[in-house]
Design a protein around this ligand. Structure first.
Ligand code: FAD
Length: 489
């Protein structure tokens, strides 16, 4: 756990042998993991830096079993940490070391219940792997746009609970925009069935939005009705060397009309980030050997198939890039000629997180500001951080169309984790103060979890924090649902 964090007050009722028998009666032996090596992957976070504890990992197979487990825990005041693929980056799915309750893993609830290609909707269980859902949609000639580096292992329930972002937000919105309905097990074990596939439904408070982004603190998402879109048929993917971040946002601004509203993704990367991927991830090729500091991965896609003779996405993009070359924003560029080349570009982007894990200790801030302020944020932020630790190695990247910057740094060469940690409070304050001064957000897409619990308390107004606490207390008066995450009560 980060040194700077003191554990919150969380319920410490133990899982007694009688309660264990009760859990076994609900989920069977198959649904319980009791041995320490078996529990280990569920109590350690993706980065391997947060380690907690749990009496037992419970793996229900149905909503009714989730409800049975939660009812038992509610009755006895036992704390529950809901968990999907455990790829979250803020420690939301990691139990605190003082946690004496259970981890409830949704991994066995992995059925696609219904695909409705005509109505552009799909009903799924919360434990489906994101990539499986993308493939299921594609098999029906439809598109499920949520896309992120962890898609091979994160689960849709976790995606919705973190309101995940990723590389298609620019066009389709965050995870919460991709949902029509939800089923949720509330902290008292009741099942709320909100599995409606309605685009229009103004019947009072829209409860589903309470649970998305709540990081498991208000209930357990067990099923969802997801929106689908037409499958992309004509895609152009390009890797650009760009003059600087200001040029990047200007390119994006003009790309909307040049592509006829077909911009899918626009990802900014730095030379340092690309070099790090080349060092650690085998099999990737640098698309441009340009010795320039900034790159843009730009993708346009249309659901209209290419027809012979007509101008497709690639031709439109080529013309656009020629103009951007002339005006000096683009220094060099390559448009992928086939799927393998496009895939290589995406692998570079998606491999930054695993490459940084391999490189060594670092610091990373997932922040957002309005898109037009991204260049100023990067410039002022880099100055503020290097004033504190001049030899730190920045590799900023981001979903810049969303104003989302992963403001990331590797520690100075040779500096160990403990030494870097001593600089962390001052750097965090400098970065987050700048975010506040630019009316931005200290967490753009990764959430709060454990890691940002005190930062949220520092930067959000009393009125906002009190309103969040009122909602939490109303739904979970015993504070058993992922206690000590997002808020200290
Ligand atoms: P977990 O990590 O298991 O859980 C996340 C939170 O949700 C926890 O608080 C947990 O308690 C809660 N939770 C999980 N399932 C449920 C449920 N069914 N009901 C209620 N609460 C639940 N995130 C982005 O937004 N954009 C990115 O581009 C992105 N890229 C990533 C790349 C890599 C390589 C990695 C490792 C992570 C990345 N992430 C990204 C972060 C992470 O993948 C997302 O937050 C993802 O949505 C988490 O899903 P999960 O199933 O792993 O959830």
């Amino acid at each position: 756990m980060p040194d700077t964090l003191t554990p919150p007050n969380i319920p410490t009722a133990p899982v007694t042998p009688a309660i264990l028998d009760g859990l076994r009666a609900v989920v069977g032996d198959k649904g319980l993991i009791l041995d320490e090596p078996g529990k280990e992957p569920f109590v350690r976070d993706w980065r391997g830096t947060l380690v907690g504890s749990a009496a037992v990992v419970v793996r229900p197979a149905t909503t009714e079993e989730v409800s049975g487990v939660v009812k038992l825990c509610h009755e006895h005041g036992i704390a529950i940490v809901p968990q999907g693929g455990n790829t979250g980056l803020m420690g939301g799915a990691t139990p605190w070391p003082t946690h004496s309750g259970i981890v409830l893993s949704l991994g066995r609830m992995n059925k696609v219940i219904e695909v409705d290609p005509v109505g552009y909707a799909m009903t799924v269980e919360a434990g489906c792997i994101l990539q499986t859902l993308q493939e299921t949609a594609a098999a029906h000639d439809r598109f499920f746009p949520l896309s992120l580096g962890a898609q091979g292992s994160c689960l849709i329930g976790g995606n919705l609970s973190t309101n995940a972002g990723g590389v298609q937000v620019l066009r389709y919105g965050n995870a919460r925009n991709l949902v029509l309905g939800l089923e949720v097990v509330l902290p008292n074990g009741d099942i709320w069935n909100g599995l409606r596939s309605l685009k229009k439904d103004n019947t009072g408070y829209d409860l589903k939005h309470l649970f998305m982004g709540a990081e498991g603190t208000l209930g357990i998402i067990t099923k969802a009705v997801l929106k689908l879109w037409p499958a992309p048929k004509d895609v152009a993917t390009a890797w650009l060397a760009v003059r600087d971040p200001q040029a990047a946002i200007e390119i994006l601004s003009e790309a909307h009309s040049a592509s006829e509203d077909n911009v899918g993704s626009c990802e900014l990367m730095s030379r340092a980030g690309v070099d790090m991927v080349m060092r650690h991830i085998p099999g990737v090729q640098d698309p441009l050997k340009a010795d320039t500091p900034w790159f843009l991965l730009l993708e346009w896609s249309s659901s209209r198939p290419r027809t012979d003779g007509a101008e497709g996405m690639a031709e439109k993009m080529e013309q656009f890039l020629a103009e951007q070359f002339e005006n000096g924003r683009v220094l060099d560029a390559v448009i992928a000629q086939n799927e393998a080349q496009a895939r290589n570009m995406w692998v570079i982007r998606e491999s930054v997180a695993p490459a940084s894990r391999a490189e060594g200790p670092g610091l990373s801030y997932d922040v957002s500001v309005s898109t037009s302020r991204v260049p100023a944020f990067i410039e002022q932020g880099l100055k503020a951080v290097t004033d504190i630790l001049p030899s730190i190695r920045p590799y900023p990247l981001g979903h810049i169309g969303d104003g989302n910057i992963h403001f990331s740094f590797m520690g100075p060469k040779g500096m160990d984790r403990e030494t870097l940690r001593q600089y962390s409070p001052a750097i965090t304050r400098a970065v987050n103060d700048l975010v506040r001064d630019m009316t931005g957000s200290i967490s753009a897409e990764h959430g709060i979890g454990i890691e940002k619990i005190d930062e949220l308390a520092h930067y959000r107004s009393k009125i906002e924090l009190d309103t969040m606490r009122s909602i939490k207390r109303a739904l979970d008066p015993k504070n058993i649902m992922n206690p000590g995450k997002i808020l200290r009560l």
